[in-house]
Design a protein around this ligand. Structure first.
Ligand SMILES: [Zn+2]
Length: 352
């Protein structure tokens, strides 16, 4: 994690890891604390946006602590209610300093006013986003996006763990995998041990499939997309050939008793099929490699929520896995021919 200590002013120190974790005010002013003493350290607990929700201090009684301050926020960062037991703090929403007199958040390039949910000056990159107000905050998506420096919105979970939808923190593929494996188990097709192994390996595989090395136009067919040199038809054929080859390979490993290897390979193939149900990929849209930050943001938003148990995502997952365990071959026609895109997320009530 790499904690580091920042001296904020004459007598306060802040400990940072992925976010601001603690503040230390030495009892003996003026010395760098080499050992933290009683009543010197305040700890911060933040939510997924980095909003500070609770400050607490430990006491000399082992295991006990007391709350100094607790806050709830409106989505755009205005304080909804506050429990203040003496010492307020200035680092509030998304780890930014709020000026006590004006109530504005300092965001580096610009000041942000959480009362009116907008920046007070123009977006320096406004020309790139004609569809948005130049004063907008995170394109109107304050639960999914943050703006660390006042210059561009970023998916908050991407900041915690970089990369795209299947990476840790985004569970759409994983959710489909888990429900797909439990579907097979409930139908009596696989036993419990196989269920657990399969579910783990599919999750590993989808993370691998979306790792940086495969996030290029060259490998776009593995995500049901195409590059600039391909027609949608060519990309669809490449994707089909890729899935067929992996499917056979997985069968080969499975028959030799290498179950974990087989399931991993199967998962890489399944990932491509799952991606074909996503509105951000489906229909083999072009991947230029020069997508703007906003394109990335849109992509992630579209894949943020699981589309539901009756979605095409879940149907193709179940069908593909069932086919494999029925020891059947893939149909002769291009398997991407039949995959429908999940254009509405109305069923996305399953979020865990
Ligand atoms: Zn993908």
């Amino acid at each position: 994690m790499g904690h580091f200590l920042v001296r904020d002013n004459s007598n306060e120190f802040y400990v940072y890891g992925n976010e601001c974790i603690a503040m230390i005010v030495p009892n003996t002013l003026g010395n760098t604390p080499s050992r933290i003493q009683y009543n010197e350290a305040t700890f911060f607990l933040a939510d997924h946006l980095g909003n500070t929700r609770v400050f607490y201090m430990t006491t000399t009684t082992p295991g006990s602590s007391y709350i100094i301050n607790a806050l709830d926020y409106y989505p755009y960062g205005k304080v909804l209610r506050e429990y203040d037991n003496g010492a307020g703090d200035k680092y509030l929403t998304t780890q930014h300093e709020r000026d006590q007199e004006t109530g504005l958040d300092y965001r580096g390039a610009r000041y942000y006013d959480s009362d009116v949910a907008r920046f007070l000056s123009l977006d320096p990159k406004a020309a790139k986003y004609p569809m948005l107000s130049p004063y907008n905050y995170v394109a109107g998506n304050p639960i999914v996006l943050v703006d660390p420096d006042g210059k561009k919105p970023l998916p908050v979970l991407n900041i915690l763990s970089p990369s795209w939808a299947s990476q840790k923190g985004f569970y759409v593929h994983q959710k489909a995998n888990d429900l797909g494996t439990s579907y097979l188990f409930r139908k009596g097709i696989i036993d419990l041990g196989t269920t657990i192994l399969l579910s783990n390996q599919l999750d590993r595989a989808t993370e691998y499939a979306d790792s940086k090395q495969f996030q290029t136009p060259e490998f776009s067919y593995r995500h049901a997309m195409r590059n600039g040199d391909q027609t949608p038809e060519q990309a669809k054929n490449d994707a089909d050939a890729f899935v067929r080859e992996r499917y056979k390979w997985a069968r080969y490993e499975f028959d030799r008793g290498n179950k974990d290897r087989a399931f991993f390979i199967l998962g890489v193939a399944l990932h491509a099929i799952q991606d074909a149900t996503s509105p951000a990929h489906g229909g083999f849209q072009e991947w230029t490699g020069e997508e703007s930050d906003m394109d990335e943001v849109n992509h992630v938003i579209q894949e943020y929520s699981y589309p539901g148990i009756n979605s095409n995502l879940q149907k193709v997952t179940n069908a593909f896995l069932e086919l494999f365990f029925s020891k059947k071959d893939l149909p002769d026609t291009n398997i991407f021919e039949f995959i429908q895109i999940d254009y509405n997320n109305e069923e996305s009530t399953v979020t865990d």
